[in-house]
Write a protein that binds this ligand. Structure first.
Ligand SMILES: C[S@@+](CC[C@H](N)C(=O)[O-])C[C@H]1O[C@@H](n2cnc3c(N)ncnc32)[C@H](O)[C@@H]1O
Length: 345
């Protein structure tokens, strides 16, 4: 049972977090090239800031309820070093100038001529989010998690933690020592870190196309043993059939073209054990939460997200079903959809 002090610490730290990242969000909007002005009818449809803040508070309330119920642990970095946060903020705003320049000029192909040792697919060699160096530099890996928190006004980690509920439940059922987990598109290992905080002895693997992001993941996972990181494409994974008990996949599919999404789902189905679980998390789709629909439609106009509009139209339930994965649960956390899927019997 959590103490009153722990509850207070959680509440105050998350309020400060939301305030900090919301102020970055507002400053980013002010400093960025102006978007197309909204028509009056568009303005009426857009959720107002109060509604978004209310939903973020709902997410934090749910997060705390889960922590209190012992479904996962409270975040370890509730009280980060203020100097480190200021350094990261400075880095963010310094980079924002370059991001805005790119946005202004429509620069999205700066990473097309990369010197990666691995041959990377063309659809991947772009400046997603107008990000400097795309996914292909140590500097980008250093900034990524902070940028995601700004985008979600401090709610990104709390959203990811909602996927820990089905993951931890599957791990408990199988026993931590016998279970193998794979995080597909693991990025900097932010989510794997939170999985390891909860299940330190769990054998985890992370897969991603980006070498610099995997290097960052390696340093994020340094406190633990029993982890491995693989540079590979989700659509052709170097694992044998039926290898993993649990697979997680967070915020990857909206950045894949439709045929690649299909292949990645087929690969996840292939390497998942017949009694395994896939926990999928990505952006909401239209009508997952109707008040947010206009924001989903607007997102690919603001950020360079070349496959997002198509992602919104893709029937994920059918996509997974065609690959032998049955949807058991669909849930929503702020701007994320969570799906829990199991192999068809
Ligand atoms: C939006 S980020 C999500 C990262 C992380 N899962 C998170 O929760 O923030 C997408 C990640 O997927 C990786 N990625 C994109 N296409 C990929 C592919 N075809 N195969 C493997 N990784 C891919 C990128 O390098 C990047 O790290």
């Amino acid at each position: 049972m959590a103490t009153l002090l722990e509850k207070l610490s959680y509440r105050v730290s998350q309020q400060l977090r939301a305030g900090w990242f919301s102020s970055h969000y507002a400053a980013t909007a002010r400093l960025s090239p102006p978007s197309r002005p909204k028509t009056n009818s568009e303005k009426q449809k857009f959720p107002d800031t109060k509604a978004i803040v209310k939903d973020l508070k709902r997410l934090f309330a749910r997060d705390w309820t889960n922590i209190e119920a012992g479904l996962y642990q409270a975040p370890e970095d509730q009280w980060p070093n203020p100097l480190a946060v200021l350094r990261q903020s400075t880095r963010y705003f310094r980079d924002l100038k370059k991001v805005n320049q790119r946005k202004y000029n429509g620069g999205v192909q700066e990473v097309a001529k990369t010197n990666s040792t691995m041959r990377l697919p063309d659809y991947y060699l772009q400046n997603f989010h107008y990000q400097s160096d795309g996914y292909l530099s140590a500097e980008s890996a250093q900034l990524y998690d902070y940028q995601v928190e700004v985008l979600f006004t401090g709610g990104a980690d709390a959203m990811r933690r909602q996927a820990l509920v089905p993951i931890n439940s599957a791990i408990r059922q199988k026993g931590m020592r016998n279970c193998r987990l794979l995080d597909v598109g693991c990025g900097t290992g932010r989510f794997l870190k939170s999985i390891k905080q909860n299940s330190p002895r769990l054998n985890v693997s992370g897969l991603d196309l980006s070498r610099p992001y995997l290097d960052k993941a390696q340093s994020n996972l340094a406190p633990w043993s029993r982890h491995s990181l693989v540079q590979s494409a989700a659509e052709s994974m170097p694992f044998a059939d039926d290898t993993f008990d649990v697979i997680s996949c967070v915020y990857l599919f909206h950045e894949l073209p439709r045929p690649v999404r299909y292949l990645a789902a087929a690969e996840m189905s292939r390497v998942l054990k017949p009694d395994g679980v896939l926990v999928f998390m990505d952006s909401l789709q239209p009508d997952d939460f109707a008040p947010f629909n206009p924001l989903l439609e607007q997102f690919p106009q603001e950020a360079h997200e070349p496959y997002y509009a198509d992602y919104l139209k893709d029937d994920l339930h059918a996509l997974f079903a065609r690959n032998g994965l049955v949807t058991e649960v669909i849930d929503r956390a702020f701007f994320s959809r969570i799906m829990v899927l199991t192999p068809e019997l």
